[in-house]
Write a protein that binds this ligand. Sequence first.
Ligand code: NAD
Length: 357
Amino acid sequence: MTYNIALVKGDGIGPEIVDSAVQVLEKVGQRFNHVFYFTEYLAGGCAIDATGVPLPEETVKGCLASDSVLLGAVGGLKWDNLPGNTRPEKALLGLRSALGLYTNLRPAKLYPALRAECPLRPDIVARGFDLMMVRELTGGIYFGERGRREGKFGLEAYDTEAYSVVEIERIARVAFEAARKRRGRVTSIDKANVLETSRLWRETVRRVAEDYPDVALSDMLVDNAAMQLVRNPSQFDVVVTSNMFGDILSDEASQITGSIGLLPSASLGATRRGLFEPIHGSAPDIAGQDRANPIATILSAAMMLRYAFDLPREADAMEAAVDAALNDGLRTADIVGDSGIKPLGTCEMTDEIIRRL
Ligand code: NAD
């Protein structure tokens, strides 16, 4: 098969880590008989420098015409003082909305080889965890009506949360489908004891669950979920929640894995085309020094194979190669801790992962 992949390398370490993922994809292509064509597009600070805007029209068109998009990261000190609408990060929101991406998938798992990096208690770490956060990305309070007005106590501000049945149903289906490919459990997080949107959320998710009798559904209030994530994260398989709750809980989940340099993400919509990117930023402090951990981006490319191209064997092989490199004691500087291991650079780590494919 042939696949057209749009590369949006972005700024800072973006070009280095995307190049690593491309090399790994090329090796996967050789091994499994696929051809990946790559086309580069500008977004973020580099696009501002070259064209005056963070998300040029050509980038949007190119991404829409591709089978999927692999993104590094955008932003950096140089563009920090620009006004909101012209900042590099605007490119991310613009791309998500142009591609109609309403789902954000963020796996968070504890690598046995990296248990020492986990900030949780040893008995919790010993149980391990491997969860998938499914966050609704284009609805809820971040997109609701907002404003300022004169209230009972003078000036007040308000933001409104609204969710339609259609929006809840489609994100719930993503979660149930994901659970079928994992351990068959969904936890739906809401605040149904207080919020009307959460009550509609809960009713709708329960109704969708009837179409997935093979998946076990449970509900959990968001305050309890925040506690359970640090108390007993091994209880979770797939977690589905609204935009704001997902924003907060997915960061909490990423922190308990120990390193930001390991975590991939996928943003998906109604078509198979998605946007795949590491959860970290452009790390300007280490850019251009061959010090970035390429694993989050390599795992994002593996998610692309799994979710956009339906190539689970190929994705498994990439993930297994990363596991093998970590199990063999190979580390980049961000995950070396106080182990005394000599860290590898971005290029060496990439080569070692490719060697294990
Ligand atoms: P960051 O994630 O870039 O960096 C935080 C810390 O983690 C830094 O010390 C960095 O060196 C380290 N780090 C991040 N990724 C790493 C990797 N792969 N390997 C090793 N170390 C890694 O967050 P920040 O410093 O708050 O932001 C830097 C810039 O990135 C800002 O301009 C911010 O707006 C932007 N940003 C972009 C995205 C994105 O493109 N999706 C996300 C977050 C932040």
